[in-house]
Design a protein around this ligand. Structure first.
Ligand code: CP
Ligand code: NVA
Length: 308
């Protein structure tokens, strides 16, 4: 059994195996109706718990549909409605859930909740987003890039905006998948130095360039995300907008990247803030392929966790 807690904690060969498995499962479904089970039923007889302490559309639906397509039954639990949200310890929650279910996915605030759940669960635990990271999203992003442009190794990826949880997992992936990453944004919103150093130690070129136009030169992929994440206080909104306005992904910025550069956003997007409608809906945008690929990538992650 394997926990999927973070990209940098997962063996690069295993990560590659999951991307390949996701692509194979996607092509095997070949557009058949979404409620039809996969021909293979690797999760038949399994029970999957999906715990959300924050809102979600894609993570919730992709895990639920994906688990069912593979033959599992699922339950979606809201953290606030569990005893977990009313004083029961994470360790006891982990011990109890392990007696009922075969796999736990959790979206939470503090990374320590995820870590403690994994420590005390005797079934695999998957990170469905914490304040610090969002590894499942980046698995879908790698799959999406490679579907459109081939191997991501050696490519230049630029992140424009807030150095947040999604950015952190992209930096981890740079180290594990061997691509280069340039961060462009204000210094106060830089990604954690520890993440940058780890990816550099793995051989990736990680740069910080304050000028967004200079940053995207030669980019194969431009990525952004919301300027205010779920864990950020809403009172930071106006300040964030002032800090990040110059890092909006718009046609002018995309024109400075390679002509065939792709645009990605994990969604939900705040149109006309971090990205213009023109780019979101334009020919370089693959945001809805990215959203679809959450399904295929999450199926591969669940299989890997269960070793099947
Ligand atoms: N990208 C993503 O994780 O979306 P949700 O918040 O809708 O799950
Ligand atoms: N950075 C965003 C990602 C949402 C999928 C957040 O944490 O709110």
């Amino acid at each position: 059994m394997n926990h999927f807690l973070d990209i940098h904690l997962t063996d690069p060969q295993d990560l590659r195996g999951m991307i390949n498995a996701a692509a194979a499962m996607k092509s095997a479904r070949n557009g058949q109706p979404k409620a039809l089970p996969d021909a293979e039923q690797p999760l038949a007889g399994r029970m999957v718990a999906l715990i959300f302490e924050k809102p979600s559309t894609r993570t919730r639906v992709s895990f639920d549909v994906g688990a069912r397509q593979m033959g599992a039954q699922t339950m979606v639990l809201s953290g606030s409605e569990m005893q977990l949200g009313h004083g029961e310890t994470i360790a006891d929650t982990a011990r109890v859930l392990s007696r009922y279910v075969d796999l736990i996915m959790i979206r939470t605030f503090e990374e320590t909740v995820l870590q403690e759940l994994a420590e005390f669960a005797s079934v695999p635990v998957i990170n469905g987003l914490t304040n610090r990271t969002h590894p499942c999203q980046i698995m879908a992003d790698i799959l999406t890039f490679e579907e459109h442009r081939g191997p991501i190794a050696g490519k230049k990826v630029v992140w424009s905006g807030d150095g947040n949880n999604v950015c952190a997992s992209l930096i981890h992936a740079a180290g594990q998948f061997g691509f280069d990453l340039t961060f462009t944004g204000p210094q106060t919103l830089d990604p954690e130095h520890e993440f940058i150093e780890r990816a550099r130690a793995a051989g990736s070129r990680i740069e910080i360039v304050r000028d967004p136009i200079a940053a995207v030169e030669g980019a194969d992929l431009v990525v952004t995300d919301t300027w205010v994440s779920m864990h950020d206080s809403q009172s930071t909104k106006e300040r964030r907008h002032n800090q990040l306005r110059g890092y909006q992904v718009n046609a002018h910025l995309m024109a400075a990247a390679k002509p065939d550069a792709l645009f990605m956003h994990c969604l939900p997007a705040h149109r006309e803030d971090e990205v213009t409608n023109e780019v979101m809906d334009g020919p370089q945008s693959v945001v809805f392929d990215e959203a679809e690929n959450r399904l295929h990538a999450q199926k591969a992650v669940m299989r890997w966790c269960l070793g099947i």
